[in-house]
Design a protein around this ligand. Structure first.
Ligand SMILES: [Zn+2]
Length: 471
């Protein structure tokens, strides 16, 4: 009897050739991957090696020779991408994961209003710590913490402590869940910036998260940000609030610039989109959140049409997933569905798609890096950039065969397919296992914070929040 087809010698995706894995400072060679560089001049490179020396990508090419003592990951045919960049996530809410699966924005604001008075610095620490571990595990190598749980300086310090306790890359966006802006100019921002953010080379850097009122209440804070060269992220274009007048005011005062990211930016007029485009500001679209919670319809098509650079974001795991694969798919489905709906209402077919899988992968990687002003350092697999990398398994049914790498990555892959995550040259996950991250600690802290918030607001309120009565 014949033996049938021989199995390939290396059916599994990766293997480490050295037993002691990845000590700090040791060069790393990822061999023979399909490299989706997201670098406009390099494109997709089959059967390609990536060499990492210290924190940076040293070389991208075929049959690279490695320095003595290099750790090697065999990755034949596996997809390798730059790490995802999430430009807006309320990390403190990670301790309340999944609570708001059935929430509208109205339910959300009601719940946050009830929970915030009970939020302690320890709870913010727990949320940020868990959120960072989650981000790294999911290949989100850079996350912007939209930190409006930083209610006091003690809360702010706790938020920063947690981000710095986990070796992922983060941008801490200092905010407050209020329309009081006095903390920005009172010395508090100076204090924490001088104490914690003395260098731009840190894994965690800082900016501001400010709301955009339609009166002069926020002017001094926005001006402070501009004068201190601090980027600003702001929620605008949320249905019923922060719509065109907010954009007009920001634009009229010169507060919109390439250092600004506008979150959601739904329900705006063409004139507002034009002014955003003219300013060079970015948008951050949280499509899974927007479609489920009702901030407004994701403006992917409008932003695309007006030439506004787009990034993607999770927003909150309170309701929605922390998973950039889901957010890429949600962005495509929402926009394509809308285009079909409008065409079909006119009795016309849609022959080809305008929005492509490659577009949303750009939004989730290099687009995010551009929004954070970090595209010279992260966002693509380019020699000289920081080595923030995500390697996908290829030994699962859904990852075989790969015909169109980008389409496959966007529609077939998920967080469970992530084999290896590298941040700044440091391997933090390999063969699906976290390395050097304390998940048990993250879980312990998060569960304690959840339990305490639950007892603080009372069981009846807690249950009513989870399951709001139907109309
Ligand atoms: Zn938000």
């Amino acid at each position: 009897m014949t033996a049938g087809l021989p199995l390939p010698a290396q059916a599994a995706t990766t293997s480490v050739t050295e037993p002691d894995r990845f000590p700090a400072g040791r060069p790393l060679l990822i061999r023979r991957a399909t490299v989706i560089t997201m670098d406009r001049t390099r494109g997709i490179l089959p059967d390609t090696d990536v060499l990492v020396v210290r924190e940076r990508i040293k070389a991208v090419g075929s049959k690279l020779s490695a320095p003595h003592g290099t750790a090697v990951i065999e990755a034949k045919d596996a997809l390798l991408i730059p790490g995802f960049v999430d430009t807006h996530r309320h990390m403190w809410q990670s301790v309340l994961r999944g609570m708001g699966a059935d929430w509208t924005i109205t339910n959300y604001l009601d719940a946050v209003g009830k929970l915030l008075p009970h939020l302690r610095p320890e709870d913010v620490y727990a949320g940020n710590y868990l959120g960072m571990v989650e981000a790294v595990a999911d290949g989100v190598t850079t996350v912007l913490d939209w930190s409006h749980g930083s209610l006091t300086p003690a809360h702010a310090d706790a938020a920063v402590d947690a981000l710095m306790a986990v070796p992922g890359r983060a941008r801490w966006a200092y905010g407050r869940f209020s329309l009081d802006f006095s903390w920005v100019t009172s010395g508090e921002v100076d204090r924490i910036r001088e104490a914690r953010f003395s260098s731009d080379d840190q894994l965690v850097t800082m900016q501001l998260a400010l709301s955009a009122p339609t009166d002069s209440a926020g002017d001094a804070a926005w001006r402070y940000a501009a004068e201190h060269d601090l980027p600003v992220t702001s929620h605008v274009g949320v249905f019923g609030a922060d719509t065109d007048p907010a954009v007009t005011r920001l634009a009229d005062n010169g507060f919109l610039s390439p250092r600004t990211t506008l979150v959601h930016a739904t329900t705006l007029s063409d004139e507002s989109y034009r002014r955003i485009a003219d300013s060079g500001a970015f948008v951050s679209l949280s499509t899974e959140s927007e479609m489920n919670m009702g901030q407004g319809y994701p403006p992917t098509g409008a932003a695309h049409r007006f030439g506004i650079p787009i990034s993607l974001s999770v927003d909150s795991v309170l309701g929605w997933s922390g998973d950039m694969f889901t957010n890429m798919r949600a962005a495509l489905a929402a926009e394509r569905g809308l285009v079909f709906l409008r065409a079909h209402e006119r009795g016309e077919p849609v022959i080809t798609h305008e929005l492509r899988a490659a577009d949303v992968l750009h939004y989730a990687t290099l687009g995010g890096a551009e929004a954070l002003g970090m595209a010279d350092r992260i966002g693509s697999i380019t020699p000289g950039k920081l080595a923030d990398l995500v390697l996908l398994r290829q030994d699962t049914p859904s990852m075989t065969p790969v015909i169109s790498p980008v389409g496959h990555l966007v529609f077939q892959a998920g967080r469970g397919d992530i084999d290896t995550v590298v941040v700044g040259g440091r391997v933090l996950k390999h063969q699906g296992e976290l390395i050097g991250l304390n998940l048990p600690q993250a879980r312990r802290l998060a569960e304690a914070a959840r339990d305490r918030l639950r007892s603080a607001i009372g069981e009846e309120t807690w249950q009513n929040l989870i399951d709001p009565p139907r109309p």
